[in-house]
Write a protein that binds this ligand. Structure first.
Ligand code: SF4
Length: 530
């Protein structure tokens, strides 16, 4: 079978398999989750590549480094904010002498469909001094993987491939190429280049700056950055900006001179060449104004630059075929005018019968009894408890922040401080915060809502089963009598309130583990068992 209809995430995953990966590691997060899920299906069918979720993105990235040092190709997957967690390993890894190709597949979420911010991962690739490919279609997502792995091995650096939500989650037919065989396992020839002690790291930094010249030279010659001559208007597109330009092209009176950027470092010489024949430059880039911010430094002539920074395109949210028409000199599309209808709001909600609802109901009642209290929370399904009708969590910042923010608030003198965190989030980023709480005996009550799965991203496995949580918590130093297990069912409502009251009154660290499976996960399990 040579043609398949795949999501962007799946096309990228298959591209990695056909590029000869031996392993893949990642942490689930919308819109990147389907990459690993597709790889896991391939592993189930064919026995390889090894496709594993990790405890967090940093762990995933470091596990991948272990594969690379042994000479095998490896893929790492995460969503954009996950790279904040993996940043330490990622940025340092550009100094290593990468052996087996290492590609980081990162999925950005412009428009924040399912994320807490719109950060653009291209800044990270520049910050770490590594190349970045940016596909505009499922076919490109597939094709770029082979080149990304080849370049990683040629320059001995990690390579990023950036997707965005619309591409990750839309489906198209792709043509599959013959698969490459896996690399044989072989330890890196010079292990000194994998030790970032200052004396060695200085040499590695020097080498990286030399490699950077090759990365830039590749950007000038690669067919992923094509330049075509047209009118005296210059157009630069990146990522899905190309598709939105193409959708409007037929209506444009003149075809502009056009540079598309599918690879970074972007081609500065081609940009100068484009500008030398143009009176103005228009930019359509999905995400932040990454290229636009740098144009002024590259172009010394007095030339008009129109994009997001100039106010010609919205700075927030996604581009689309309609909101780019103005900058392309086209009138707004005629639309049907529909009389405004009053529709009821449909905010996201916890599923009917979700165990978190019962947990929040008893927390809410105990909170109402107290003069002062704070409920910090975290990223996961349980964050939906911040919305009506429950409205219990009062802070949601990033993975793990519930516990550490609770500690800070308690140490500032606030009373009755509770942190609500999911089982997967606790393993991802909560353990270290708990160590701090124990170390300083902070008066906080941590409520681990253990639903046996990563619910929000579709029910991936939690790294540890429920029965392993109490020994982990005890091992980190929480007193056994202040580790309380409970079942968040309405029939235990009064009993659960009593447990929470007791632990709030205790002036030290207590951990309440509320164990009840996610009903969606249970449904999935039952379906799988049939
Ligand atoms: S998916 Fe599971 S954890 Fe998430 S809201 Fe639904 S029942 Fe609750």
């Amino acid at each position: 079978m040579n043609n398949l209809a795949l999501l962007g995430d799946e096309a990228l995953a298959l591209g990695a398999v056909d590029a000869g990966i031996s392993a893949a590691y990642g942490y689930p997060g919308t819109p990147s989750t389907e990459i690993m899920e597709y790889l896991q299906r391939i592993e189930q069918q064919k026995g390889k590549p090894l496709a594993r979720w990790s405890a967090n993105e940093k762990a995933a990235y470091e596990e991948a480094l272990g594969t690379s040092v042994f000479g095998k190709r490896v893929l790492v997957t995460m969503k954009h904010v996950g790279l904040n967690v993996a940043a330490d390993a990622f940025v340092n890894s550009s100094l290593l002498d990468i052996q087996g190709g290492l590609v980081l597949a990162i999925a950005d979420d412009p428009g924040m469909h399912s994320s807490q911010n719109e950060q653009d991962s291209r800044f990270y690739s520049e910050f770490a001094h590594v190349p970045c490919f940016e596909p505009t279609s499922q076919q490109e997502a597939y094709d770029m993987m082979a080149q990304a792995f080849d370049l990683s091995e040629e320059l001995h650096v990690p390579v990023m491939v950036r997707l965005v939500t619309r591409l990750s989650h839309s489906r198209a037919a792709i043509e599959v190429k013959p698969a490459r065989t896996e690399n044989p396992g072989k330890k890196a020839p010079d292990m000194k280049q994998w030790m970032l002690l200052p004396a060695m790291a200085r040499k590695q930094w020097h080498q990286l700056l030399q490699k950077e010249k090759k990365m830039a030279a590749y950007g000038e010659t690669t067919p992923w950055n094509p330049l075509t001559r047209g009118s005296r208007t210059g157009l630069i597109t990146t990522g899905l900006g190309l598709n939105y330009y193409k959708e409007n092209m037929a209506e444009m009176e003149e075809i502009p001179s056009h540079l598309h950027i599918g690879y970074y470092p972007f081609p500065e010489n081609k940009i100068r060449e484009l500008a030398s024949n143009c009176d103005e430059i228009l930019l359509l880039e999905e995400g932040d104004a990454f290229v636009e911010k740098r144009l002024r430094a590259i172009l010394t002539q007095n030339i008009t630059i129109k994009g997001k920074l100039s106010g010609d395109l919205p700075r927030e949210g996604e581009l689309n075929p309609d909101n780019v028409r103005g900058i392309l000199g086209l009138a707004p599309r005629e639309t049907l005018s529909v009389e405004k209808m009053e529709l009821p709001g449909r905010p996201p909600q916890l599923c009917k019968g979700c165990p978190h609802t019962d947990t929040y109901l008893f927390i809410k009642e105990v909170v109402a009894e107290r003069k002062e209290s704070l409920v910090t929370s975290d990223i996961g399904c349980y964050a939906l408890g911040a919305l009506p009708p429950l409205m219990v969590p009062e802070t949601i910042v990033c993975m793990g922040a519930s516990i550490t923010m609770a500690k800070g608030a308690a140490e500032a003198g606030m009373e009755n401080v509770m942190a609500v965190i999911g089982d997967s989030t606790f393993l991802h980023s909560g353990l270290t915060g708990l160590v701090d709480c124990v170390s300083d005996n902070a008066p906080v009550t941590i409520i681990i809502v253990d639903n046996s799965t990563v619910g929000m991203t579709g029910g991936q496995e939690t790294r540890l089963e429920s029965h392993r949580f109490p020994p982990v918590v005890e091992g980190l130093g929480v007193l056994k009598e202040h580790i309380r297990l409970l079942n968040p069912l309405s029939k235990y409502h009064e009993e659960n309130k009593k447990v929470l009251r007791e632990e709030l009154d205790f002036q030290g660290v207590s951990v309440i583990i509320a164990v009840r499976e996610c009903i969606e996960w249970l449904r999935k399990q039952k379906k799988g068992a049939k």
